[in-house]
Design a protein around this ligand. Structure first.
Ligand SMILES: Nc1ncnc2c1ncn2[C@@H]1O[C@H](COP(=O)(O)OP(=O)(O)O)[C@@H](O)[C@H]1O
Ligand SMILES: [Mg+2]
Length: 262
């Protein structure tokens, strides 16, 4: 579904990614892990068109994303959440999702051209769809609340609902469990597994090893901008180079016992 072919990214003299090749298959949950500063978020920024590769190519569903504007990449079916939460805090949850629904190509332009009653019907359908998305991430009962009143974990889930609103085929999640307590993490895991049920593929960056090991079918490990390992969770856990890369971090991180992000 997604192929990175020898993708490199330099910021001035700094080589942040070095000839990264990666293939994400359709369906399932793919994990991208690595120590802080390894280049993970940069990978997401390159896939979504916020950055352009210094070298190499990225293909999504057989189509090259080279030079494509971010909104066009969204239309191709790639959506993401950000490591730093980006929701409209003064707006209700429902409004937050409605705005994201409005970003789809069909809705806003079309509804303008329609006569009023059908416009209203379309609007009602959009609200229904927005509530459905909030339900999928376990926030249906808070639809009318202001997003700013939500806990950190709830805001992260709202972000996922907003990303889902664009109708993605591939969803990129950047550290969705960061700042969550273990109960919130367990809930989020369930929601991500539910959401990935079906045609949606997920590429997830996550620090919490337990989280990654439990929900991902495949994992790629970055260290200093290079791919050092790729495989099934049990292969990654036993990989000496991966263990080496995580040395100096909290021991529990590699055991997958701790919820602490480092
Ligand atoms: N826009 C940028 N300009 C310069 N350096 C950047 C930029 N974005 C990221 N970097 C650097 O690239 C490296 C990798 O960053 P990042 O992809 O955010 O890592 P990760 O998400 O794995 O923690 C870091 O050293 C970071 O400081
Ligand atoms: Mg990051």
């Amino acid at each position: 579904m997604l192929t990175l072919n020898k993708v490199s990214k330099n910021f001035g003299g700094l080589k942040v990614l070095v000839e990264l090749s990666l293939t994400v298959a359709e369906r399932g949950i793919f994990g991208l892990i690595g120590p802080n500063g390894a280049g993970k978020t940069t990978v997401f920024n390159l896939i979504t068109g916020l950055l352009t590769p210094s070298a190499g190519t990225i293909e999504f569903l057989g189509q090259s994303l080279d030079g494509m504007a971010p909104f066009k990449i969204t239309r191709c079916g790639v959506a993401r959440t950000f490591q730093n939460i980006r929701v409209f805090k003064e707006m209700t949850l429902l409004e937050n999702v409605l705005v994201a629904l409005g970003d789809r190509p069909s809705y806003s332009a079309l509804s303008m051209l329609l006569p009023l009653p059908s416009h209203r019907r379309a609007e009602a359908r959009e609200r229904e769809r927005a509530r459905e998305l909030l339900f999928r991430v376990g926030l249906a009962d808070k639809a009318e609340r202001c997003a700013g009143t939500l806990s950190y974990g709830e805001q992260r889930r709202l972000e996922i609902a907003r990303a889902l609103a664009t109708g993605p085929k591939l969803l990129l999640l950047d550290e969705p469990a960061a700042g969550m307590n273990s109960v919130e993490k367990d809930n989020l895991m369930g929601e991500i597994l539910k959401v990935s049920d079906g045609a949606l593929s997920i590429l997830i960056i996550e620090h919490d090893m337990r989280f990654v090991m439990e929900i991902c079918q495949r994992i790629a490990v970055l260290n200093f901008g290079r791919l050092i390992a790729q495989g099934r969770p049990e292969e990654i856990r036993a990989n000496p180079e991966v263990i080496e890369a995580y040395l100096g971090q909290d021991d529990d991180v590699i055991d997958g016992r701790s919820g602490a992000a480092s």
